[in-house]
Design a protein around this ligand. Structure first.
Ligand SMILES: O=C(O)c1cccc(C(=O)CC[C@H]2O[C@@H](n3cnc4c(=O)[nH]cnc43)[C@H](O)[C@@H]2O)c1
Length: 233
């Protein structure tokens, strides 16, 4: 396992010497189109739809990284927002990507993979760049915050679930299904990762009809138009 990781890291650093291209990974095509629309054909970015959920998107990200040279990786898409922290149509930039359901349930409660001693459920985001991105979004008049973003395999669908998750990851502002998967693939290639999410719905009781996907995709498109000045200023 360690050897495999070393090979990935070596492949990552030797195959990607001085590339400044940035890989952006969404889950689905509609998100990819929103990001592409904001970037306006900027060829310094490659945008792929890597699939829904941490496993599919990690595999898709790793496949893309194995086939090209990149300087960093961004997970982008729509997400649920935690009440009082991220309203529909607003943006969240991850301070860290947290695999919030990676661990074990028990009669005493959830035990994270960290506590179990099997690895880490937290990947820090590229911090200065993430802070700069959040600041640039705010400077452009967009509602944006820098906060932990959780990744789950099952979207939260109850108030009790939302409360439990908020207690497990204090300060978490958004819930998606891919950020940690993208970040883990990037980590294994020795690359920094960021996550940018536009809020389409509230984390809590499931109400698919209330999702404002159009608003979130518009916000994602506007946010994406700011990426070049943040990454290549
Ligand atoms: O139906 C559509 O037109 C459509 C357009 C863009 C995206 C979708 C999706 O359903 C994407 C699924 C994607 O959304 C993220 N997401 C959104 N809200 C939540 C949430 O409350 N909890 C977790 N994940 C959420 C997630 O990352 C999925 O990959 C549909």
């Amino acid at each position: 396992m360690y050897q495999l990781q070393q090979q990935f890291n070596e492949a990552g650093s030797s195959a990607n010497p001085a590339s400044s291209r940035i890989l952006i990974v969404t889950a689905v095509e509609a998100e990819r189109e929103a990001v592409m629309g904001g970037l306006g054909g900027d060829e310094r970015f490659v945008v792929i739809a890597g699939g829904v959920g941490p496993a599919a998107v990690a595999a898709g990200t790793a496949r893309a990284l194995a086939g090209g040279a990149y300087s960093r990786v961004v997970s982008a898409g729509i997400a649920g927002g935690f009440a009082g922290l991220a309203d529909i149509g607003s943006l969240v930039v991850a301070s860290r990507m947290v695999a919030a359901d990676l661990g074990s349930d028990s009669p005493e409660g959830f035990i994270s993979v960290d506590e179990l001693g099997f690895g880490s459920s937290v990947i820090p985001a590229e911090d200065e760049v993430s802070a700069a991105l959040a600041g640039a979004l705010q400077g452009a008049g967009l509602a944006a915050r820098l906060a932990p973003i959780v990744t789950v395999s099952t979207t939260t669908g109850t108030l009790a679930g939302a409360r439990a998750l908020a207690a497990r990851v204090p300060g978490a502002a958004a819930e998606g299904m891919e950020g940690f998967g993208v970040a883990e693939a990037a980590r294994q290639f020795g690359l920094p990762a960021l996550e940018l999410r536009a809020i389409s719905n509230a984390v809590g009781p499931r109400d698919r009809g209330a999702w404002k996907i159009g608003d979130a995709l518009s916000a994602l498109r506007r946010a994406s138009s700011i990426l070049p000045e943040v990454f290549f200023a």
